[in-house]
Write a protein that binds this ligand. Structure first.
Ligand code: F0G
Length: 354
């Protein structure tokens, strides 16, 4: 019988800051598919090996579970009784689930009316206390940071170093699966924890002799929420990709460092381009991710159109969250709705069989 995947803490114990007796709070996260995409490169007319790291297949449907298993394990080990986070939706869903698993109280602070319905449903179902603030994610993060400094609640945003330690395992998995490093790694950038952690993972794996070279990291922000690209805080970030609607990322410096050290870059693309990639993944490859996730593929499309890839290069894009989290955006994309009276005839007519 195949051995069950044990979750990222057990699988990568030697690379993580845990003690021999640490008992993971886990939902068996990680071990997500690295899916080859063949139709999209063909459509783009490029000869690269393109892979999607499907992080939407984590237990709560996003990459956040990798960092959350470690952050909650450590908080629990230290005797925390409650967790708190600010979120554009996925962090709160993950914190709520792992908190429930550990028997901890969870408080989540989210921007009112600005998180996708599926994510809100998750926070509610796992019985967290959902606090909607009439402001931005950036303001919510400020509030929870301050509260966690003075009150007995453990902060589980990515400013908590355990979150980044767990999240870095995505790079280990990519290299383990490919047998080498990719040439490029594209990913969406919001609060910039993920690009910081992924870069840390690659560097550590190289130090451990697990790979020879390092990939070039390309972070993609939405044009209306692109503080890193613009070089200044964005006061009123706006984008259809609500997960990355962030004007002042906590790991700003980490993202800049990842881009410069890897000879990569941070770019900004319009919502239109992000939605183009979102639809392309679903229609051409059968992969339904949430809009923010598609920013990574939008980056690949941009590079392809500008002739930036060399034939034979290996390109990975992280698809950070599952499409079902945000059914409203999906249903607002152009599609036909066909309604017919009951009975076979009308259906056959739609099928073109007369
Ligand atoms: N993609 C998705 C689906 C996300 O939820 C996030 C961040 C990102 C990309 C960007 O990752 O912040 O590490 O640069 N979501 C956070 C949240 C902010 O609260 O769920 P990042």
């Amino acid at each position: 019988m195949r051995k069950e995947w044990p979750g990222i803490i057990e699988h990568y114990r030697d690379f993580l800051p845990v003690l021999p007796h640490t008992r993971p709070v886990t939902l068996l996260e990680g071990g997500t598919p690295l899916l080859p995409l063949e139709r999209i490169p063909e459509k783009l007319g490029i000869k690269i090996s393109l892979f999607a790291k499907i992080e939407g297949q984590n237990p709560t449907g996003s990459f956040k579970d990798r960092g959350m298993t470690l952050a909650v394990t450590k908080a629990h080990e230290r005797g925390a009784k409650a967790l708190i986070c600010a979120s554009t939706g996925n962090t709160s869903a993950s914190a709520a689930a792992y908190g429930a698993r550990a028997g901890l109280k969870v408080y989540v602070v989210i921007p009112e009316g600005k998180i996708a319905k599926g994510k809100l449903a998750q926070a509610v179902m796992h019985d967290s206390v959902v606090i909607q603030i009439q402001g931005l994610f950036d303001e919510a993060l400020q509030v929870v940071r301050e509260i966690s400094e003075t009150h007995p609640v453990a902060l589980v945003n990515s400013v908590n170093p355990d979150r980044l330690e767990g999240q870095k395992t995505v790079s280990f998995e990519i290299c383990d699966f490919l047998g080498h490093e990719p040439t490029y790694h594209f990913l969406p950038v919001g609060n910039a924890g993920n690009i910081t952690a992924s870069w840390m993972g690659y560097r550590e794996y190289k130090m451990a002799g697990k790979m020879r070279e390092l990939p070039r990291m390309v972070g993609v922000q939405a044009e209306g929420a692109a503080p890193i690209v613009k070089g200044h805080i964005v006061e009123k970030p706006e984008t259809v990709a609500s997960a990355i609607r962030i004007g002042n990322p906590a790991s700003w410096q980490g993202a800049l460092k990842a881009a410069s050290e890897s000879r990569g870059e941070i770019i900004a693309l319009s919502d239109e381009r992000i939605l183009e990639a979102y639809r392309m993944l679903a229609r051409e490859e059968g992969v339904f991710c949430e809009p923010a996730s598609a920013a990574s593929l939008a980056g690949v499309i941009e590079y392809a159109r500008n002739g930036r890839f060399l034939s034979g290069e290996t390109v990975v894009c992280t698809l950070t969250g599952h499409g079902l989290k945000d059914p409203e955006t999906a249903l607002s994309t152009p599609h036909s709705e066909i309604r017919v009276p009951p009975g076979k005839e009308a259906v056959l007519k739609v099928l073109g069989f007369h």
